[in-house]
Ligand binder design. Structure first.
Ligand code: CA
Length: 408
């Protein structure tokens, strides 16, 4: 008998259903009188029966039962712990469909279901991404053009608001600050020359050349070609800042042209003269050059004049709404090359051109690549279709702008 196999039980507990394997070791049952018997016959005598403690030998199964009970107890503790843990988990409000995984069996099912739907969503996203990429490739140009148009519209509105404010500010604070050459004309200054202008007070003051005599005066000259003394084969940064000199040949600079055309609604006048002494002009009732962010995009319309509308020549050659390109910056519509590099010029190239007033200055007619100053509607241009023919050269070019509502 080992202690582990011995279970002490009180006899009273075993009063009924006494298992067969319970065997008492010794059984000295004591029976003794407990008082006196009754005097009459048939009456019971009081006796006290004393049963001793019993030792019961339990088989191995009982030990297993004990072990199981212990395991059950520890399992119960684990379950209770989990239960309290789960209650804590459930305090966090569920946010479908991404509920936090809880701790018990049903949560595992939920988790599995969730991961399955996540996988499903992922494959759907991949499919959508593929379709989107396809769409992007197809319509990238359209999207870009649309975005550009929107930005341009917004820029236009902002500019209008800004210029309204600038007008009021100018009247209140600096009444003596002309925004372009036409303001000097109002001040009775009628001489050609270099003047300081402030189209937008927040962007400083700069010098311009004013033509105060031709066609009513008040013109701010943005480009001039006279003799070929200045190269127009220049970089983006040079076209941005401007180059040359006001008494000779120059480009005013895209930033300055932008500020001037944004400050007021401007018209553009182009004067051309060839070496035979033919003089023609082209006038556009609307002229605007966007900012550098929009790659100085050209807006020009409302042609009149004698030189022909070479800016908007036809469907295939139209410089309106085109970006500015330079030999080192290709923003043109020609996909397999850089028009600016090919024609040695900064200009609002299409793919590539029906006009280019910043081409190379030739002193007489020339052959080969048509990289000279070019105006596609010039009177004798029809003889230029053969590459062996001489190309037209221009003696002078002048581009100038003036407010649309200007009254000389
Ligand atoms: Ca190109």
């Amino acid at each position: 008998n080992t202690a582990a196999q011995t279970v002490w039980l009180h006899s009273a507990a075993l009063a009924t259903n006494f298992p067969a394997w319970v065997t008492p070791t010794s059984c000295p049952i004591k029976l003794r009188p407990s008082g006196q018997c009754g005097a009459e016959e048939g009456e019971d005598c009081p006796y006290q029966l004393t049963l001793p403690p019993l030792t019961i030998h339990l088989p191995k199964q009982f030990r297993l039962l004990e072990k199981t009970m212990k395991e059950l107890q520890s399992l119960k503790e684990v379950v209770n712990k989990l239960k309290s843990g789960c209650q804590e988990c459930q305090i966090i409000p569920p946010t479908p469909p991404f509920t936090l995984p809880s701790c018990s069996g049903p949560s595992q099912v939920k988790l599995n279901r969730m991961s399955a739907s996540l996988r499903n969503a992922r494959s759907q996203i991949s499919a959508l991404q593929g379709r989107l990429e396809g769409l992007n490739l197809l319509n990238m140009d359209n999207v870009q053009a649309m975005v550009d148009r929107r930005v341009e519209n917004i820029t236009g509105v902002v500019n209008k608001l800004r210029s309204t404010c600038t007008t009021q500010c100018a009247v209140q604070n600096t009444p003596q600050s002309p925004r372009d050459c036409s303001d000097y004309n109002v001040l009775e200054t009628r001489k050609n020359g270099v003047y300081r202008v402030t189209p937008d007070p927040r962007n400083g003051t700069f010098e311009v050349y004013c033509d105060m005599e031709s066609f009513g005066g008040g013109w701010t000259v943005i480009q001039q070609r006279l003799n070929g003394s200045v190269s127009f084969n220049r970089t983006w940064v040079e076209y941005k800042k401007g180059f040359g000199n006001f008494r000779g040949e120059f480009w005013l600079g895209n930033d300055h042209i932008h500020l001037l055309t944004k400050s007021k609604d401007m018209i553009l006048r182009i004067e051309l003269e060839d070496f035979e002494g033919v003089r023609e002009y082209a006038k556009y009732d609307q002229f605007y050059v966007a900012n550098e962010f929009l790659r100085y995009r050209l807006s020009v319309s409302g042609y009149s004049g004698t030189a022909g509308n070479a800016i908007s020549f036809n469907k295939h050659f139209n410089h309106d709404q085109k970006f500015f390109s330079t030999p080192d910056r290709d923003n043109d519509m020609y996909p397999s090359g850089n028009c600016g590099a090919y024609y040695s010029s900064g200009w609002w190239f299409d793919a590539c051109m029906s006009a280019n007033l910043n081409g190379k200055y030739y002193h007489k007619r020339y052959k080969g690549v048509r990289n000279g100053i070019f105006w596609g509607t010039w009177h004798n241009m029809s003889t230029e279709y053969y590459p062996t023919n001489y190309r037209q050269a221009f003696k002078t070019v002048k581009m100038m702008i003036r407010p649309k509502n200007y009254a000389p």
